[in-house]
Design a protein around this ligand. Structure first.
Ligand code: FES
Length: 182
């Protein structure tokens, strides 16, 4: 005997949100952002909280990040961009040619991130959130960039570098500086 009820299809669950598929770059920081959106059930009114998380995680809000948030919360990019530019606590693209984001999350902090940051500030003579006078380097901090196993981690021009030391970051920065300045 055949039962037609056995073949009755259950109503389809809504398709997973596009943001749940992560970011094509594979950058783990987008996962942290995704978790925040998920925790807020992808509600558009969580925009400010999500932007905060993004700023904390990436150090600044580049267009790719704003786009990811817009998709996740189903908001027009113009709205996300508008809110991000309205509040001065959010910074869009750093002005330096090169960017250095030092992770100050717990795992990195425990493994010496403070000394790494101090070394960077001494070498560049700028504080977090600033750009060198010659416009070469912007220095930022973040709270957990999703690479705790590599602590202390620093993101140089978008690439995560693990197990950094006060000496290794100086080497990296010197390579960015014009010959006569390094
Ligand atoms: S605390 Fe620095 S990567 Fe997680």
């Amino acid at each position: 005997m055949t039962s037609s009820t056995a073949e009755t299809k259950l109503p389809q669950k809504p398709k997973p949100h596009i943001a749940k598929q992560g970011h094509p770059s594979g950058d783990k920081r987008f996962k942290a952002l995704e978790m925040t959106m998920k925790r807020n059930q992808y509600r558009p009114d969580a925009l400010i909280e999500v932007l905060h998380k993004a700023q904390e995680t990436f150090g600044y809000l580049e267009e790719d990040v704003l786009l990811f948030i817009a998709r996740g919360l189903k908001l027009p990019l113009s709205r996300v961009y508008g809110v991000a530019t309205f509040y001065h606590l959010f910074s869009l693209k750093p002005s330096g040619v090169h960017t250095c984001v030092v992770c100050l999350g717990t795992a990195c902090y425990v493994k010496g991130a403070a000394a790494v940051l101090e070394s960077m500030t001494k070498q560049t003579q700028i504080s977090v959130g600033e750009t060198t006078a010659d416009g070469q380097i912007s220095l930022m901090s973040a709270r957990c960039i999703g690479a705790c196993g590599l602590a202390p981690a620093v993101v140089f021009d978008g690439s995560v570098a693990g197990k950094q030391t006060p000496e290794s970051v100086i080497e990296r920065v010197q390579a960015w500086l014009p010959e006569e300045a390094s």
